[in-house]
Design a protein around this ligand. Structure first.
Ligand SMILES: NC(=O)c1ccc[n+]([C@@H]2O[C@H](COP(=O)([O-])OP(=O)(O)OC[C@H]3O[C@@H](n4cnc5c(N)ncnc54)[C@H](O)[C@@H]3O)[C@@H](O)[C@H]2O)c1
Length: 382
């Protein structure tokens, strides 16, 4: 069993989520590697947060408010970094410079120049595994969709739809936070927050956006500042994109992409729909074990509803094959995929590989073109 010493930077929402996956490592079977959390960093951790970590992870030997100290710690092999977007370039390049493998968060740089700076730092350290977090493709139904795409089962792609829909911002009384301020979250708004999630599958199977027409919406113009006043809510709430995408054979098809923070009725709905001349398939985390599947070779067109279970996950777990799979399972699978690549020098499979830095660069090209498209009212080349 290879132990990989793991440091966490940013102990907020996602820092705890990844830590919980590490604590649940016993859930996965037949692995010859395991992470051990040895170091923590947060410049201003929420009250009680460090105690929570110490209580659950006795291997912690460093707690610091300065990321440079963690990046220089020889007792850390790999880092998960989940901090506000404006800090990605500074912290990710320091972590890479310190010789640590990195699982960073999306959008992997607040904008295109920040993303380019991260990729430039990486060119000097090709020995490191540097990946971007995106967990939904680890749902077993989506793993099956990868297999369909890789085998060419869809036939000619007619169109695809991807999206990520929230409604947490529907309440205009929700106080402002860093995710609604351009200097901290970035000009991409909802695309920066949710967009990488909607690109992971298409990019990985070789479906590349060539141009985009974007419509961006600001729905709630101001929010409470938490001190009795109101402040501008600066970022785009919703982004609706229509792309012309191209597969590896050069065939083009439409791709609609929605990243909405204000989508009534949706809590954390990630979906993927692929319509092909031979096979069509649809999945949404709203019904997390349901895969809709239609195979057409003449005659009636009949949708089948397939129940997928934990058995279709990339990394085998102790959960029985027929039981349901959920959000925290997808985080565990993604974390296993990251450490598998460190331990074995390659991903378990293309479908079970985390987002690469090159894929994040393509997402930045797309979102930057989408900003131009909305501003000019034109279709922009990606
Ligand atoms: N993969 C997902 O499903 C998912 C979900 C939510 C957020 N995210 C991403 O995770 C990242 C963090 O989001 P979050 O929701 O966890 O945010 P959060 O606000 O809950 O936590 C961020 C933490 O970073 C800390 N921090 C700020 N500056 C720091 C610094 N200089 N050094 C060290 N720590 C610092 C803050 O004190 C805070 O505790 C973002 O990139 C976001 O897009 C991913």
């Amino acid at each position: 069993m290879k132990t990989i010493r793991f440091g966490l930077i940013g102990l907020g929402l996602m820092g705890r989520e990844i830590a919980s996956a590490v604590a649940r490592w016993c859930h996965l079977e037949n692995l010859d590697f395991r992470p051990e959390i040895t170091a923590l960093c947060d410049s201003a951790p929420p009250p009680g947060r460090v105690d929570w970590f110490r209580q659950h992870f006795p291997g912690i030997r460093q707690v610091t408010t300065d990321y440079r100290e963690l990046a220089a710690n020889p007792e850390v092999d790999a880092v998960y970094c989940a901090v506000p977007h404006f800090l990605h370039a500074e912290l990710y390049t320091a972590i890479i410079g310190g010789g640590k493998h990195l699982l960073g968060e999306k959008p992997f740089g607040i904008d295109q120049p920040a993303n380019a700076a991260i990729l430039a730092a990486l060119r000097a350290r090709p020995d490191l595994v540097v990946r971007c977090s995106s967990e939904f493709p680890f749902f077993p139904a989506v793993q099956r969709l990868f297999a369909l795409a890789e085998s060419g089962a869809f036939g000619r792609i007619i169109e695809i739809h991807t999206g990520f829909l929230h409604s947490s911002d529907l309440d205009p009384g929700k106080p402002i936070n860093w995710k609604r301020l351009v200097h901290a979250n970035g000009a991409y708004g909802a695309m920066g927050d949710l967009g990488m999630h909607t690109c992971h599958f298409p990019f990985r199977v070789g479906w590349t956006p060539r141009n985009v027409r974007a419509v961006l919406s600001k729905i709630v113009p101001q929010r409470p500042d938490g001190k009795g006043g109101l402040v501008p809510c600066e970022t785009w709430d919703n982004a609706t994109l229509l792309c012309e995408a191209e597969d590896r054979a050069g065939t083009r098809f439409p791709w609609t992409m929605k990243t909405h923070r204000i989508a009534p009725g949706q809590k954390n709905t990630w979906y993927l729909e692929v319509y092909g001349t031979k096979v069509s398939a649809r999945f949404s985390t709203k019904n997390p074990k349901r895969l809709d599947y239609l195979s057409y070779s003449g005659g009636e067109q009949t949708w089948q509803e397939i129940d997928t279970g934990y058995g279709g996950a990339a990394f085998r777990g102790i959960t029985g094959d027929i039981f349901e799979f959920g959000f925290s399972d997808s985080i565990l699978q993604m974390t296993a995929a990251f450490f598998h690549e460190i331990a074995h020098g390659r991903p378990l499979s293309a479908a079970a590989g985390c987002v690469t830095p090159e894929e994040t660069a393509l997402s930045h090209r797309l979102f930057t073109a989408a900003l131009r498209s909305h501003e000019r009212g034109t279709t922009e080349v990606v």
